[in-house]
Design a protein around this ligand. Structure first.
Ligand code: ANZ
Ligand code: ZN
Length: 840
């Protein structure tokens, strides 16, 4: 133990001289601290042992080439949290790895003619060096890269288990097809509807693809959000919206020349407002109509969605064709035209809608384009105007009271919903149903640099999972990529194989997994990265859930949802016992320059390497933690960086000067403080109390300000020329507190000063300082009291005493009372901290 508990005067460990010079040499200091951490293996996480476990994880990077400032911010925040927990005596795991599959490696390979694997491994080596230079407290023994077979073999293994359970399946699904390059394009490779390389208009093609049945977990994924108290509300709201649970009614409309046309609606209360029906271009009704009419077929074909991205579907113009068929309104018996419309999606609800243009904006826009009637059937309470006025400029989408709705007029939303749903159910026209926006997760990618999907296609047996003994299916790494589709499809040595079931010649699947697959379980693998007999072992349960996860808000939906989904899949496979992967989530704010997000495309980036080279890691870390609260945007400032560096220089210089002075000083003695020293000590302890509270709340920028105030207090004290037992006591204790409070943020300089000042070897293992309640108590100060300019006595008052209290104390002093006697006091002047002058 380095410091006696409850008392903050350090004991000295012999053998630690102060080898430093007065100049703060960040590079030397940081190399020394890092060498010591490395030598002592202080960041190797023990799977068991004393102390409560704390798993602190930052989202692992894609190895793009070099760290950007967003990475540095993310990883600094994570490291500060991890180091703070280490100093609270926790057994901390903080690992790091590489999300190493993905498209940029293929693009780089096309541009530079090197294999994606080489490019990736080189980038990993470079970025690992950068992370190490920043001094992050990672357990590097657990490093993993998802492109290594010892990692991806286990997701191949899990996939074969999911196949057997029916949680993975294959079906036709649309992709973006580039007819010139003859290749599938990712959504981000489609620019304004054209292929990024060929410029050709992109087509939509249906090809067989693999899916994970995430919808089977929709309810659990939704309900689980209620328990995640440590997550930002905004992230939970985005996930809820993505899962999109709607309670509605499935309702059939009779279409004489077709049969029952089923729709899904969340607004049965608007049934009297239906003025037309609409189906998706892929709907069987549309197909039936097209079959007998080439002109219609042509028009319908044009309404099929061209792109697969959600954004493109949202913003497109409303287009449609009338099929000529008529549906019968189930309550009024009215005839309703049936249209094919491009805004109706085949894979949501029933692929068909009852259109209520009065109360649905898409239906309203479509009705305006094609001159269809718009009938209002809901009005706000107390609405006395002509109902048609409500829908003149757009749909009225709020809920309200029914109008124009026969026997249901006057009912509110829920009563109307229930009455109409009950009637539909009694008459056998429909049923209540819960519907999710969430779709099953398409995991097939027609790309090379990814994890091979472990399936073999046999003409006789169908799609056969690769048997365990044949795993992993290795991705060939020595390839040339030229942009015209995946090289795997041109490598017979890869795809030619035999069926594991019947032994006949068969073809290996050449699609690879979506790279979200790898990042959906890496947090669990960090517990046992060396395991080569199973995906996970009991160590996963020892470390999970992650106590603190830190990463970007851009992952609020997909990555976090998939990681939650995989946690449940692994649980149900008997691999782990937890339901949720991340107990607390911190989403850090963006890094801005001149108000805009720092990004390559804007050309406003600041290279972290240049910053580290010039000032060192601690300056970078201090600036980042001081400039803004972790969740908020951080505005880059060269002046702020220089200021952070100046503070560290001051801290260094002060500590070195103090150490030199101390050589000739008497032993420290807290009992001999003068007023200024006692006040400084009180300030130090007050700031310590504030900083500890702020650390607990994750409010790091104010921790830094508290540290700055502490150094100011200490630097302000006059250095005694002789004696100095009190000064020594206050500064020694003050520095020891300051170094510990700042150490999670600037670990190198504080580590070296801690050792140099003789507090012991390992600042990391020093206990967190406790504020001394006695030091916090308002101390007394001495004031001289003059009566008409002559010193007549002294008083002791609390340092915080106000004017009235000082006045009363001065007038009560016996000698002063003698001189004032019964003369009226004409004036009483208090010179703060010095004297009281009474004029009689
Ligand atoms: C009538 C109606 C009236 C509707 C109204 C809304 C407002 P959520 O809440 O997202 O589940 N819909 C159903 N299937 C569709 C499809 N395949 N493509 C496009 N739209 C579809 O949305 C449910 C509502 O979305 C349904 O309720 C339906 O329109 C539309 F004032 O029915 B509604
Ligand atoms: Zn077979």
């Amino acid at each position: 133990m380095d410091v006696p508990a409850g008392y903050n005067l350090p004991s000295f460990v012999p053998g630690f001289a102060f080898p430093m010079n007065r100049q703060y040499d960040a590079a030397a200091v940081e190399a020394q601290a890092q060498a010591w951490w490395q030598d002592q293996q202080v960041f190797a996480a023990a799977d068991a042992g004393p102390g409560e476990k704390f798993y602190c994880l930052s989202m692992f990077p894609y190895p793009s080439g070099a760290l950007h400032m967003g990475h540095v911010r993310n990883y600094t925040i994570g490291d500060v949290l991890a180091r703070y927990q280490m100093m609270q005596g926790r057994r901390v795991l903080q690992p790091m790895g590489w999300d190493a599959f993905g498209m940029p490696a293929e693009n780089a390979a096309i541009q530079r003619g090197i294999a994606p694997s080489r490019w990736t491994y080189d980038n990993i080596a470079h970025m690992r060096g950068q992370l190490q230079r920043l001094g992050f407290a990672y357990d590097w023994q657990r490093e993993l890269a998802t492109c290594r077979p010892d990692y991806y073999r286990w997701e191949q293994w899990l996939f074969t288990r999911l196949l057997k359970k029916g949680l993975a399946y294959r079906r036709l699904a649309a992709v973006n097809w580039d007819p010139v390059d003859q290749t599938v394009l990712a959504n981000e490779q489609v620019i304004d509807g054209r292929g990024w390389r060929s410029g050709a208009p992109v087509e939509r093609r249906e090809i067989p693809q693999w899916f994970l049945r995430i919808t089977a977990y929709a309810d659990e994924l939704l309900d689980g959000l209620d328990e995640l108290d440590g997550w930002p509300e905004s992230v939970k709201a985005m996930q809820r919206n993505w899962i999109g649970r709607s309670v509605g009614l499935e309702l059939s409309f009779e279409v004489p020349a077709y049969g029952a046309l089923k729709v899904f609606t969340t607004r049965p209360d608007t049934l009297y407002g239906v003025t037309y029906m609409a189906v998706a271009a892929e709907h069987p009704l549309a197909q039936q109509v097209a079959a007998g009419n080439p002109a219609l077929a042509d028009a319908i074909e044009k309404l099929k969605p061209r792109e697969t991205s959600e954004a493109a579907l949202q913003t497109q113009d409303k287009l449609g064709v009338d099929t000529g068929l008529r549906a019968v309104h189930p309550l009024t018996g009215d005839e309703l035209p049936v249209w094919v419309a491009n805004f109706v999606l085949m894979d949501y609800g029933e692929g068909a809608i009852m259109a209520v243009p009065g109360h649905d904006q898409r239906d309203w826009e479509f009705a305006r384009v094609y001159g269809l009637p718009i009938t209002p059937v809901v009005a706000p309470e107390g609405f006395s105007d002509e109902p048609a006025k409500l829908v003149e400029h757009g749909a009225f989408t709020d809920k309200g009271l029914l109008v124009n709705s026969g026997p249901y007029d006057g009912l509110a939303f829920q009563d109307a919903f229930d009455a109409i749903a009950d009637l539909a159910e009694q008459r056998g026209l429909g049923t209540r149903r819960v519907q999710y926006r969430l779709r099953d997760w398409g995991v097939s990618r027609q790309r090379y640099w990814g994890c091979p999907i472990p399936v073999i296609h046999c003409e006789a047996c169908g799609a056969v999972p690769v048997p365990d003994a044949q795993l992993p299916v290795l991705l060939p790494e020595d390839v040339t990529v030229d942009g015209s589709g995946s090289p795997l499809t041109r490598m017979p040595e890869f795809y030619e194989t035999t069926c594991p079931q019947c032994g006949a010649p068969a073809r290996r699947e050449t699609d690879t997994f979506d790279t979200f697959f790898e990042s959906s379980w890496y947090f669990a693998r960090f517990a046992c990265p060396d395991l080569d007999t199973a995906m996970l072992d009991q160590r996963a349960d020892q470390w999970l859930p992650v106590d603190q996860y830190v990463g970007g808000i851009e992952h609020a939906i997909l990555h976090l949802l998939y990681a939650r989904f995989f946690t449940k899949l692994m649980r149900d496979e008997g691999l782990i016992g937890v339901d949720e992967p991340f107990t607390r989530l911190l989403t850090q704010g963006m890094v801005l320059k001149d108000g805009a997000k720092m990004s390559k495309s804007k050309g406003n980036t600041v290279d972290p390497q240049a910053l580290i080279d010039r000032y060192g890691a601690d300056t970078a870390r201090l600036f980042i933690m001081f400039a803004a609260p972790a969740e908020q945007a951080l505005e880059w400032s060269d002046e702020g960086v220089a200021g952070a560096n100046r503070f560290l220089k001051r801290l260094w210089g002060f500590a070195v000067d103090f150490a030199a002075w101390r050589e000739q000083a008497p032993a420290a003695d807290l009992a001999t403080l003068d007023d200024a020293q006692a006040a400084a000590r009180r300030e130090i302890h007050a700031n310590l109390q504030q900083a500890s509270y702020d650390f607990g709340k994750g409010q790091f920028n104010t921790v830094v300000s508290a540290g700055m105030k502490m150094l100011n207090e200490l630097s302000r004290l006059p250095v005694p020329e002789s004696g100095g037992a009190g000064y020594r006591a206050v500064v020694e204790e003050g520095l020891s507190i300051l170094l510990r409070v700042l150490s999670p943020i600037v670990p190198h300089i504080t580590h070296c000063l801690w050792q140099g000042l003789g507090h012991g070897e390992a600042l990391l293992r020093a206990p967190w300082p406790q504020a001394d309640p006695q030091a916090l108590q308002a101390d007394e100060i001495t004031l001289a009291v003059q009566v008409s300019g002559k010193l007549r006595g002294t008083i002791r008052v609390p340092a915080e005493a106000d004017q009235d209290a000082i006045r009363a104390a001065a007038l009560a002093e016996p000698n002063v009372q003698r001189f004032v006697a019964d003369k009226p006091v004409r004036k009483l002047i208090v010179v703060p901290g010095k004297l009281v002058n009474i004029v009689v």
